[in-house]
Ligand binder design. Structure first.
Ligand code: 0O2
Length: 212
């Protein structure tokens, strides 16, 4: 720990992390305010599960380096949008866009960036909707906007992303090309599955007295 470069220590200090923790709490309040009524309206839980994380010092240093930025606390705050991150996992794609619509109606939430990897998946096959919000938090009695990345995805997209993520961090395999090819196929099947599940739910809803 003593040999650790100072920036690692700074990125782990409460002084740096605190505002991101507050931002996560704040966005979770907004999310609950949006998803609870939506679930009631739909008559089912539209969020299967959710999680949050503050990016580790290691991961921040790796990302800054990969993007070609100097590794410092200042650059991390300025350039990285996902130091604070929340992931919402739903069963169906239409739930994702319903949540997005309601979040955008929230007055104090400022959408600073949106990346729709569901409409346009990444070459890897990655699918998710990324919304970067500026969330107002109070630090030392002052209001400060802090960026948080909200990742919205279906259970199927999440399943794929977890396997892909594990693979990327163990890329010493001889057969990496074949693995990526297989993952790409899984992504295509996942997309079909998401479409089919949504179609089927809508069909069931149309043909029954109650919504699912
Ligand atoms: P980790 O370990 O998940 O934190 P930006 O600067 O906002 O424009 P950014 O953040 O450089 O863009 O990249 P992008 O593409 O928006 O991706 C941000 C995050 O999405 C990643 O964070 C991953 O969590 C996830 N992601 C993006 N592409 C893939 C992919 O191909 N596979 C998987 N499994 N996840 C992906 P990190 O920091 O890379 O990683």
């Amino acid at each position: 720990k003593q040999n650790m470069p100072p920036v690692y220590r700074e990125l782990q200090e409460r002084k740096f992390i605190y505002k991101y923790e507050l931002a996560v709490e704040e966005i979770q309040n907004y999310l609950a305010a949006v998803t609870d009524p939506l679930s009631r309206e739909c008559g089912r839980d539209i969020v299967e599960f959710q999680c949050s994380r503050i990016k580790t010092a290691d991961s921040i240093v790796r990302k800054l380096t990969k993007k070609g930025y100097p590794v410092s606390v200042k650059k991390a705050s300025e350039k990285l949008n996902d130091i604070a991150g929340v992931r919402i996992v739903c069963d169906y794609t239409d739930d994702i866009y319903a949540i997005r619509k309601r979040l955008l109606e929230e007055e104090d939430l400022v959408l600073v960036k949106e990346k729709d990897f569901i409409k346009t998946p990444k070459k890897s096959g990655y699918r998710s909707l990324h919304l970067i919000f500026e969330v107002p938090v109070i630090i030392n009695k002052l209001l400060e906007p802090v960026r948080v990345e909200v990742q919205l995805r279906t259970v199927i997209m999440d399943f794929w992303a977890r396997l892909d993520h594990q693979t990327r961090y163990k890329h010493n395999s001889q057969s990496i090309k074949e693995i990526y090819h297989e993952l790409n196929e899984c992504a295509a099947i996942g997309e079909q599955m998401d479409k089919k599940m949504l179609q089927t739910r809508r069909f069931i809803e149309k043909n029954s007295e109650h919504s699912l």
